[in-house]
Design a protein around this ligand. Structure first.
Ligand SMILES: [Zn+2]
Length: 240
C-alpha cells in the first residue's frame, strides 16, 4: 500500500501570517502546491493538500487546518510556514519544528539548507504548537525562511525550485516513494563520432557514455558486420 501524506499551508486567505519582504500565506501556498505536484507527478506519491480560505479568527484557522488533516487517511502531516523576527539584511535561515519526529525534521532542515544556501537552524521540538499537538499522525512544520531577512528572501527566490524539490525528496524518502519513470527522465545530448576528421556518424551522450549504432560505426571503420540474433552477438570482421 502506498503511504499517504496531507500537506497544508500555514494561516489562511482571510487570517494572514507574517509579512515583510514577502507574504507568508502567498509563498506557503506556492511551496505547498509545488511540493504536492512533485510528489504526485515526479514521484509515485499519494496525498492531498489544504489551504484555509474561510476562517476569520486564529482559533478557527488552526482548528480548520487540523480538522482537515485528521479527517484524511494518511501517514504523515506537513505544513509550510515562513518565519518572522525583525527586519534585517543578513541571513537567518530555515528550521523545522516537530512534536516527536526529530530525525525527519533534522533531515528536512539540512536538505533545504543544502539546496538553497539558507542557514540550517535545524530541528526544534515545539510540543505546544497547536498544529503539531493536535494532528493525530507524525507531523512537521517547515519554516522555510524568514520573511523579514533580505538575505533569506533572496536565497528563497533564486532557489525556489530547488527548495521544493528538496522538501519533496525528503518526504518521498520517508514515505517510501520512488521517482516515476518517464521518457523525459532520459536527458541525452545529440553528438557525433568522426573518423579522421572527415567522415562522421551521429551519436547520443547519456550519463557520460557515447552511444552509436554498431552498424554505422562498422561502416565508418570499413568493417563487415554479422549479427547473430540467437546469441545476441554482433561480430565485426576486418575486410581483407
Ligand atoms: Zn506561520
Amino acid at each position: 500500500m502506498t503511504k499517504k501524506f496531507v500537506g497544508s499551508s500555514g494561516h489562511g486567505l482571510k487570517i494572514r501570517g507574517a509579512k515583510h519582504f514577502i507574504d507568508e500565506v502567498d509563498e506557503a501556498r506556492k511551496v505547498t502546491n509545488e511540493v504536492h505536484r512533485i510528489l504526485t507527478s515526479e514521484y509515485n506519491g499519494a496525498g492531498t493538500v489544504f489551504h484555509d480560505n474561510s476562517s476569520i479568527t486564529q482559533n478557527q484557522n488552526l482548528q480548520t487546518i487540523v480538522t482537515y488533516h485528521n479527517g484524511q487517511q494518511r501517514d504523515l502531516d506537513w505544513s509550510i510556514h515562513f518565519n518572522a523576527a525583525s527586519a534585517i539584511d543578513g541571513p537567518r535561515g530555515v528550521e523545522v519544528l516537530y512534536y516527536d519526529v526529530k530525525d525527519l525534521s533534522a533531515r528536512m532542515s539540512a536538505a533545504i539548507a543544502k539546496a538553497s544556501g539558507l542557514k540550517d537552524r535545524g530541528a526544534k521540538q515545539r510540543k505546544e504548537l497547536y498544529f503539531l499537538k493536535n494532528t493525530s499522525k507524525p507531523a512537521i512544520l517547515i519554516e522555510v525562511c524568514f520573511v523579514d531577512s533580505k538575505a533569506d528572501v533572496e536565497l528563497y527566490y533564486s532557489n525556489f525550485n530547488a527548495v521544493c524539490a528538496a522538501i519533496a525528496e525528503v518526504l518521498a524518502a520517508h514515505l517510501g516513494y520512488t521517482k516515476a519513470q518517464t521518457e523525459q527522465a532520459y536527458d541525452y545530448a545529440e553528438a557525433k563520432v568522426m573518423l579522421n576528421d572527415t567522415k562522421a556518424i551521429s551519436a547520443r551522450i547519456l550519463e557520460g557514455r557515447t552511444y552509436v549504432q554498431v552498424r554505422e560505426i562498422a561502416d565508418l571503420l570499413g568493417l563487415k558486420l554479422v549479427y547473430n540474433n540467437e546469441s545476441k552477438t554482433t561480430k565485426l570482421y576486418e575486410v581483407k
